[in-house]
Structure formats: structure tokens, C-alpha cells
Design a protein around this ligand. Structure first.
Ligand SMILES: [Fe+2]
Length: 164
């Protein structure tokens, strides 16, 4: 329901960092593929899409404030930027809080505390593995997939994409 509107706002925020838009849309596609395969219900589905759309939204503010888009700065700045967008859309406070929690910890797998966060982690990792894939270190990639992927669909996508 809010999705297209929030995608527009994500694009607006990322206009100085266009690779952010491209990356975000790929992560969103991964998340939606995993959600589809895992037969997740509609409300959870919508929440997971919003997490994906906004997960890196702190990057622009991080770059402005610290001159770096390192994960730790993105995690720090992302929740406030996301909250402003989601409040303007009239999303309920409980969902806003959950989305902001995941955004604020999305580079920290030890903080994963639910399927929504797990799917975000896998969706982002599928893109980060693409970088690793270029080095063609299959042993390393397989280990990474086995250690990080918990959903059947996410694992299947990762195996097909990187190990076949
Ligand atoms: Fe990301």
C-alpha cells in the first residue's frame, strides 16, 4: 500500500548516491522472492518490503556527517531518516519501531531476533556475496552461505546464484 510512495522517497534521498537506489531495489527483489517462497502472510510481507526499501537509507546522512558510509554509521543514522519517512506515510508506531530496529542493526547479525530481520540479512547478503563471487572463492562462499542462510528459499537462491 505505501510501498511505491516509499520507494519514491528512498530514490529522492539517494539522489546523490545513485548506486544506493540500484542496490536497494535488488535487495527488495531478493526479499520479495524469499517472502514468496516462504509463504509469509500479507502484513509481515509488507513490513519486510519496507525494511528492504529503507535498510540503507542512513548512508547519505552518514556520508554527510562522517564522510563514510560504513555499516556502523549507516546503522546509527538510518532509523531517524526512516522514521521521518514512515511517520509522514502514517504507518503505525509499532511497525515503525520494528522497521527502525532492523535498520539500526542491519549489519549486525548477532542482533537478528526474528524472521523479518533474518530475511533482510539474507537479501542484503545475496548482493554482498556478488562482490565475493567475483573472486571465485567457492569454498569461502559456501561456508558463508551455510553459516548465514536460515530460510530454505534464501539458501536455495544463494546456492543457485553462486555455487551452480
Ligand atoms: Fe544493503
Amino acid at each position: 500500500m505505501y510501498k511505491e510512495h516509499i520507494i519514491q522517497q528512498m530514490k529522492e534521498v539517494f539522489k546523490e548516491l545513485p548506486f544506493g537506489i540500484e542496490h536497494t531495489l535488488k535487495v527488495l527483489k531478493n526479499a520479495e522472492d524469499i517472502v514468496e517462497g516462504e509463504h509469509i502472510g500479507d502484513s509481515e510481507r509488507a513490513l519486510i518490503s519496507l525494511i528492504a526499501i529503507l535498510h540503507d537509507i542512513g548512508a547519505v546522512e552518514a556520508k554527510r556527517k562522517y564522510g563514510s558510509i560504513e555499516g556502523v554509521y549507516q546503522e546509527k543514522e538510518g532509523p531517524l531518516v526512516a522514521k521521518a519517512i514512515l511517520e509522514k506515510e502514517g504507518l503505525n508506531p509499532k511497525d515503525i519501531e520494528r522497521i527502525c530496529y532492523v535498520i539500526g542493526h542491519h549489519h549486525t547479525p548477532s542482533m537478528i531476533d526474528g524472521l523479518d530481520f533474518q530475511i533482510q540479512w539474507e537479501s542484503d547478503l545475496l548482493e554482498n556475496l556478488t562482490v565475493m563471487d567475483k573472486q571465485k572463492d567457492y569454498q569461502k562462499i559456501k561456508k558463508c552461505i551455510d553459516e548465514n542462510f536460515k530460510t530454505t528459499t534464501g539458501k536455495e537462491i544463494a546456492y543457485k546464484r553462486f555455487l551452480e
